[in-house]
Design a protein around this ligand. Structure first.
Ligand code: ADP
Ligand code: MG
Length: 397
């Protein structure tokens, strides 16, 4: 079997509780979970007022915690060094680095006037890290859900997502849009989260057909050299919008970009072509889903990938290889559509396919990708799943 099964949430929670007990000898009283996400279509346009259509996957960050009666948080993750965070003052960035996502969320609560009580916590996760599936947003949203339990409040999904996005901006230094945190909090079983990133309104789109499967293939590469690439792309789109003289990419037509092609210059013109095209493709994909025309998603996903590869330049050879293998399997082999997903420069692809062929498709992706690159990918399927929530029933929130 190539498709890696999900670890049941109850097992993750038990592992987290055991980790907490091993760390501190205490029993978990609050357990919070938040999922990673995969994006079906609408890439690199959440920060351009675009539409995006991700869903929460059945891979989760789980945090088991309990108050410790002190003015500090002690947090372990099995990811190396544990973190000790002083809660007696506004929390700042620090070491170990992985804990900055947690620190940023704590700071968000402090900035909202909440006094965060001391706590001990242990984090476990089934979200692959650095794989374009937003383990960072999962960690942030799980932390926020945990803190809601500890301070005895409940944020709205929107408020939680925005608080977590700010943590990613200011504590992780990634100027991300709203997609990842919205997907991780608003996600629901059997629902895609279609987000209008201009209004900040999510619409839950049913995705229930058991005949359809979404395969996620982690290429297991992450090109560190291009880490500044995300911020650079975002800057390109801001420059482009300013040069076109509109206040939102939603007001920009393809003719607006093409008629200014020389003046915008390369690569800003191609970046703009991606943004306008990708917004249109995502709107078209949402309409097609609503109409039950699943086959229309294939060409839209293909055009999305090509645009991300050629115009936005955020793909990489390994992502292209994985997508090409899926394309070669083709519709007759059960593949409806395939594209890179997430920020790019490595990470994962998403392949929409017939459920009856999913296992067979995964096996071909695995073997041909390994033959082409020498790298073993990590391949699984996920249905749209529940967003951030508490597992315990004790305490407020
Ligand atoms: P992505 O969000 O695509 O997975 P990022 O680089 O944005 O990739 O976030 C990955 C980082 O998030 C990791 O390097 C680590 O610092 C942090 N992280 C994610 N999951 C965990 C976890 N379970 N425990 C500790 N840190 C984690
Ligand atoms: Mg991330």
């Amino acid at each position: 079997m190539t498709l890696i099964p999900a670890i049941p949430l109850a097992d993750l929670a038990a592992t987290a509780a055991r980790g907490l007990h091993d760390l501190t000898g205490s029993v978990a009283t609050v357990t919070a979970v938040a999922p990673g996400r995969v994006n079906l279509i609408g890439e690199h346009i959440d920060y351009c007022d675009g539409f995006v259509m991700p869903f929460a996957i059945d891979r989760y960050v789980v945090i088991a915690a309990t108050p410790n009666g002190r003015r500090e948080a002690r947090i372990g993750s099995g990811l190396g060094e544990s973190a000790t965070i002083n809660l007696g003052a506004p929390v700042e960035r620090g070491e170990p680095k992985w804990a900055n996502y947690v620190r940023g969320v704590i700071r968000g609560f402090q900035d909202r006037g909440f006094e965060v009580p001391g706590f001990d916590a242990w984090i476990v996760s089934s979200v692959p890290m650095g794989a374009g599936l937003s383990s960072s947003a999962a960690l942030e949203c799980a932390t926020a859900t945990l803190l809601e339990g500890l301070v005895g409040t409940q944020l709205s999904n929107r408020d939680r997502a925005l608080l977590c996005q700010k943590a990613e901006h200011t504590f992780a230094g990634v100027p991300c849009g709203i997609m990842d945190q919205f997907a991780s909090t608003f996600g629901q079983r059997d629902r895609l989260v279609l987000i209008d990133c201009r209004s900040g309104e999510p619409t839950l789109v049913p995705f229930t057909d058991p005949a359809l499967t979404v395969i996620i293939a982690n290429t297991n590469v992450h090109h560190e050299l291009t880490d500044g690439g995300y911020a650079a792309r975002r800057k390109n789109t801001e420059d482009g919008l300013a040069a076109i003289g509109k206040s939102s990419w939603r007001e920009v037509s393809m003719a607006d970009v093409e008629s200014r092609w020389e003046r915008l210059g390369d690569p800003v013109n191609r970046r703009g072509r991606h943004v306008v095209g990708e917004i249109a493709r995502t709107v078209a994909a949402a309409k097609a889903l609503e109409a039950g025309d699943i086959e229309a998603l294939g060409p839209l996903m293909a055009a999305s990938h090509d645009s991300l590869r050629d115009d936005f330049e955020v793909s990489c050879p390994e992502l292209d290889t994985m997508v090409t293998i899926a394309r070669d399997i083709g519709r007759h082999g059960g593949v409806i559509g395939a594209r890179m997903t997430g920020g790019g420069f490595g990470g994962s692809t998403v392949t929409l396919c017939d459920s009856a062929r999913a296992e067979e498709i995964a096996t071909v992706l695995e073997s041909r990708y390994h033959a082409a690159t020498g790298i073993r990918p990590e391949i699984f399927a996920s249905r749209p799943s529940a967003g951030a929530h508490r597992l315990d029933t004790m305490g407020p929130g």
